[in-house]
Design a protein around this ligand. Structure first.
Ligand code: HEC
Length: 109
């Protein structure tokens, strides 16, 4: 009986953790990224489009995550027509994982 209760408890934990994970990416994006990259990742004067961007759709999660954690400024910049750079340190390691998932998933829909 105790074992069963434990097992069910674990399953609930696991399921809610997964749901929270998926929701987090979208929430984080809206809070920390949409201002520069557009609500739907369409891009704008302060950030390149992320929707339909091959760096996102075909890139490796580890490369995308690196940009989120380290930013991209100065001589490393890829978009010279955008006057600002990608700030570093906006998100934690776990948040970056959730954001990469969101950008490669729901944001592309
Ligand atoms: C202050 C505006 C700003 C904010 C806020 C911002 N970005 Fe950026 N981001 C940029 C700019 C500008 C670039 C392009 C830098 C360059 O020229 O390479 C960029 C680049 C990127 C890239 C690489 C795109 C590519 O094609 O190489 C990704 C991925 C990205 N941002 C994701 C995010 C995420 C996720 C967030 C939220 C945590 C975020 N950005 C917040 C401005 C911003």
């Amino acid at each position: 009986m105790i074992r069963q209760t434990l097992l069910i408890g674990l399953m609930i934990l696991f399921l809610t953790a997964q749901a929270g994970w998926a929701a987090d990416g979208a929430k984080l994006y809206a809070e920390k990224c949409a201002a520069c990259h557009g609500a739907k990742g369409e891009g704008g004067p302060t950030g390149p489009a992320l929707k339909g961007n091959p760096f996102i759709t075909r890139g490796k999660p580890v490369d995308i995550k690196k940009v989120l954690l380290e930013g991209r400024q100065g001589p490393d910049k890829k978009y010279p027509n955008i006057p600002v750079g990608m700030p570093k340190g906006l998100v934690s390691d776990a948040e970056a994982d959730a954001l990469v998932k969101h950008m490669q998933g729901d944001l592309q829909k």
